[in-house]
Design a protein around this ligand. Sequence first.
Ligand code: DC
Length: 183
Amino acid sequence: MGINIAIDGPAGAGKSTIAKKVAKELSFIYVDTGAMYRAMALYLLEKGISGDEKISEACHDADISIRYENGEQQVILNGKNVTAFLRKEEVGNMASVSSANPEVRAHLLKLQRNLAAENNVVMDGRDIGTTILPNAEVKIFLTASPQARAKRRFLENQQKGICSDYDQLVAEIAQRDRQDMER
Ligand code: DC
């Protein structure tokens, strides 16, 4: 039985930055659950699947697993390492839509609980403290204004050489907050 630390909060609040530092400090495994939802979204985008019913059917064909290389989480989708493709805005926007699907959530819940049962983990996402790991030893809710979060995303993108529009990022973050909260 592992020791579990849950960090919840909206996109761009800094969850993964904090979670990675804490995991490193404690020699725990860092589990980025958003990346799993993004891998599912990538699968659906690649297959051109949309609409709730089709997503419910198709999500079971997405075999998503994680492994670690030099302490960094790598996401494997049907045998292929897709980590490098997951941070695109397009994938994030699809993840926000497809993560509302109950079948998608049930599919990923199993994997996340197994990881937490077998390892000491710092896990971040939207529903970790409430649904995935309600008995986590430590639960944190981390948030920041849409402007601060858009600025973080803007700088993150800049570092990766991706050019983005700040006002558009603020609007997208506000839109995703609405989708994630109304779920
Ligand atoms: O944290 P992120 O931006 O990588 O997450 C991508 C999407 O996945 C986000 O719109 C909400 C969803 N998500 C979720 O529903 N539950 C989680 N535990 C993690 C992410």
